[in-house]
Design a protein around this ligand. Sequence first.
Ligand code: ACM
Ligand code: ZN
Length: 527
Amino acid sequence: MISIIPKPSECKQKDGFFTCQGALTVKSDFMLELLKCERSENSTLVIIKESSLSEEGYTLDVTKDKIEIKAADETGAYYALQSLRQLCRFELGESKIPCCHIEDKPRFKWRGLHLDESRHFFGKEEVKRFLDNMFMMKLNVFHWHLTDDQGWRIEIKKYPLLTEKGSVREYTQINGWQSTDVVNERYEGFYTQDDIREIVEYAGKRGIMVVPEIDFPAHSASAIAGYPWLACRELFRDVPGYFGSKIPVLKLKMRDWNRPVCPGKDTTIDFIFDIIDEVCELFPAPYFHIGGDEAPKDEWKKCPCCQQRIKDNNLKNEEDLQGWLNNQILEHLKSKGKRLIGWNEILKAGNLDKSVVVQYWTPKRDKNAERFVNNGGSMIMSNHHSFYFDMPYGQYPLKYTYDYKPEKFGVNNKNVSNILGVEGENWTEWTDSREMLDCRLHPRMEALAEVAWTEDGNKDWQDFISRLNEFKPFFEKLDINYAVDSISMPKGIGGAVNRTKRQKMFYKGDTHLEVKLNKKFKAQGEK
Ligand code: ACM
Ligand code: ZN
């Protein structure tokens, strides 16, 4: 049986098998330096450059005595090899490949996966593994969330306190949003600029573009910890270890967990531009994510500098002040050939330049976002319901990811072409280890890959499930702690009860419940 995730556009099985005798050798028009096969003129694996094929697309023909790949670019050739990898299963001990003809190309250009390393820091080796797994699924955008209130994780040479102070917190909230419990341990970590270059290069070799996210104006408490003059009021505060929400705020008067910078001061604008200048040197991607979500306006309302800025620029209110700031940043990025990406709240500003890229995430439907995309705006779809992989499966089972359709979130059918693509989000407030990250991410990432790659009419849930079962030996081989079926897709009445219970327990503070149950079920032999 031919079993590949994400499902190829066309796939015809033929009679017979190619049987591998000894190691494969390759003859290729592309460099393919990651391919470890020996090169030889008389090879059974032949890779041909065929310019008429589409970007990232390929054909793959397996006959009894030959494997032939055609692609227009190196990424397409690599993707053919990824399909071949799932087809041949040599690394799982098999030696026969069914003869077949495959034609394949992606549905969306933007097939993204995000990782928040502010809340928990995973480090270079884990990120490389994350990229390897993306590569296998033909995902091609790594959205790297490098700064947030709870930690600044990228070295900036002009502002050393961003990492000296901003990458360290003295405690970390545990047991969920409503809890005041903390672990009183120093938590730290950041990437040097050399580390960043290494990751960007590693990703690039796998056809993956790395898009940095550096948050302004809000989610900036770790920057303000190093440079208090960035805020409207110069308060000296350490990096917060609370992730927000009502309980810490009401019980502990912890109002400083999500502090915005002050857009009224020219020094703030200079600071932002300086950071952008350094970051842009490290990331060749033509995009720059500035966050822009959840920006509280209460300090701006009381700040003389912010109010003066509003007056000087005839702005309507504080939302438009954020719009004004975004427009400044956008122009600065434009001069470097880059587009600004922001979360959909940035559309609250009436004066925002429409050349921004908006990433739609909010659990609540947003009329502004839907109007934007239906009027030609560029959008990345990360709707909570399907693509927030930090949420328990009890809340969002696997099928919510697989069944994703942009039309369900207000994108008119004729405007789907305005969508750059889709992206899965891995926020890490309650994801503090590789084991947790794996369990929440797999097999959601495989479902995301199929949404991103495979034409909608070619998708089929039952067919995906049977291919997923065929894929599970790869999870084992690659040491990926995937969620078993009774976690990722609880079935029947018992399943519905379990789902509700697990969701409830998550919000009551048992944030690790599903990963604990997963371990137990796996030990009992579940797949
Ligand atoms: C977000 O989850 N606040 C973008
Ligand atoms: Zn201010």
